[in-house]
Design a protein around this ligand. Sequence first.
Ligand code: ADP
Ligand code: MG
Length: 606
Amino acid sequence: MNPVRRLSEGTINRIAAGEVVERPASVVKELVENSLDAGADDIEIITAGGGLDLVRVVDSGHGMSKDDLALAIERHATSKLKSDDLLDINTLGFRGEALPSIGSVARLSIATRQQGSDMGHIITVDGGDVGALKPAGMDFGTRIDVANLFYKTPARLKFMKTERSENNAINDVVKRLAMANPHVRFRLVSGERQIFNLAAQSPEGEGRLKRLRDVMGEDFSHNALEVNLTRDGVTLTGFAGLPTLNRANSMQQYLFVNGRPVKDKQLTGAVRGAYMDFLARNRHPLCVLFLTLDPHLVDVNVHPAKAEVRFRDATLVRGLIVSGLRRTLEAAGHKASTTVADATVTSFTTPEFTNLAAKPYRSHSVDTGHRDRSQNSGGFSEAQATYHAPLNDIDRISVRAEAANSGEDETLEAQPLGAARALLHENYIIAQTKDGLVIVDQHAAHERLVYETMKENYAARGVERQALLIPEVVTLDPQNVATLADRADEIAEFGLALEAFGDDAIIVREVPAILGDFNIQALVKDLADDLEDIGATISLKERIDHVLATMACYGSVRSGRLLKVEEMNALLRQMEKTPHSGQCNHGRPTYVELKLADIERLFGRR
Ligand code: ADP
Ligand code: MG
């Protein structure tokens, strides 16, 4: 057996580096966090070779004195822990590990000039070897160069991904820090390319949204709702994307705890719970959320890279996120995202005009003799020249439009979702608004309305049930039977009375009256699957809402039923006053709106 011996300082630092400096993006994160802790309002990041050849961070912070510089590169040396209280952390750094760790696996040089001092200093650490401290002429602030990262640890070097993916990771790190610090100018240059140059903004309100728009894009800022909720001293602020603006993964969810970017499963889970009603399980919302709380209520010292945190009261935080997001979405009412309309406009194709010139067209609206609305709809009769649909379709539109024209037309058009004019393909309601048109997916809209009505009924007085004349028996896996039987009481509150019928079947005796005639077999099977999939971590209320959503899907008007104009208008009015009616239970929009201006653009009139 070998004798026990103490590891050398260099080995210790390289072991620490293994945790703190996983890839070039970790270097960027540590250095930029140091700049922010130094109060910089201007930070430039320059990288080469995906950050492996060079990471340079130049800041306008308070800098370091000569003595502090000499100390800063030593292990566990920090200016940030005033007492030894690890729960009183108000800075991004506190472990005093980053600089020595980086210096042990790369060529590090730190040049710094303290505010008010007439000279700067520079020191280098090359693979753990500390060089002499020298004077340096420079501006106030700090400039740190990290070259040849991992040249001392070739094993780690082998794990690096492509230059592009290292660059992406760097962008992501800088993006997150930039979102949390709108008052700081950030410039990121990778190789020869400037990735972004974000102007400093005011830290509150408009400034924050501007910074988010710069980082996340126009789309997000147009489709995001402001979140603001305080409970028991914990504050949640930020922006939540509309459910219709969703992605296939949760990469675009940015969470911050006391200004620190975190990737925390618990928090992501809470976001998921909040949107569960509005999105299919494989779709993810976009959001930027800032949690602010007394530092004593959160432990940031659980992860060397400080990406995870522990809350003293995790339930409180989870509850705050779920209700903060839900309330925000609630307040949005029937709003659907503009992205959908934009995508619609771009997907319209411009027809070929060549053979049209030879063939004079007939205006169908004139043929059927109904009131020509072309004056107030921006020259639609001319636009019809390009419309090659069969004549009988158009006749049907006209007839319906005629019926709708007969009454309180103007008032209907003034409503957000307008006056119903036509039903196309037995599912799409076309409505005219003051300055555009709205296309409603009748099935999706109805499904959402049924769901919201069920929720409301449930909250008010429990759901009305209807006994089945002949109870329905559904054959299932024994495991599904057990799950459903376990939850029978809970499900019964929504009007579905079921019980186990032997080991491998469920018998349904009562159904929610609101659903009318529907496929009971399919509903029960889906309910069983849902209950299996959704773990015990989800609160009862969320589970119940989910059950309702599934039920609603079966009770909705199937596309294909021909609604009368009055029924269509009634549906539109109900959508306007129902919260969340802008999206169906799977996060798809229930309607899209095209502004007249967009339509005119389609026809080259603008
Ligand atoms: P930590 O950030 O956890 O304190 P670091 O190793 O990252 O540990 O940095 C050590 C110390 O060096 C910091 O506590 C700080 O005093 C000083 N320092 C590092 N970077 C800068 C900077 N950009 N500007 C001013 N001081 C800095
Ligand atoms: Mg640090």
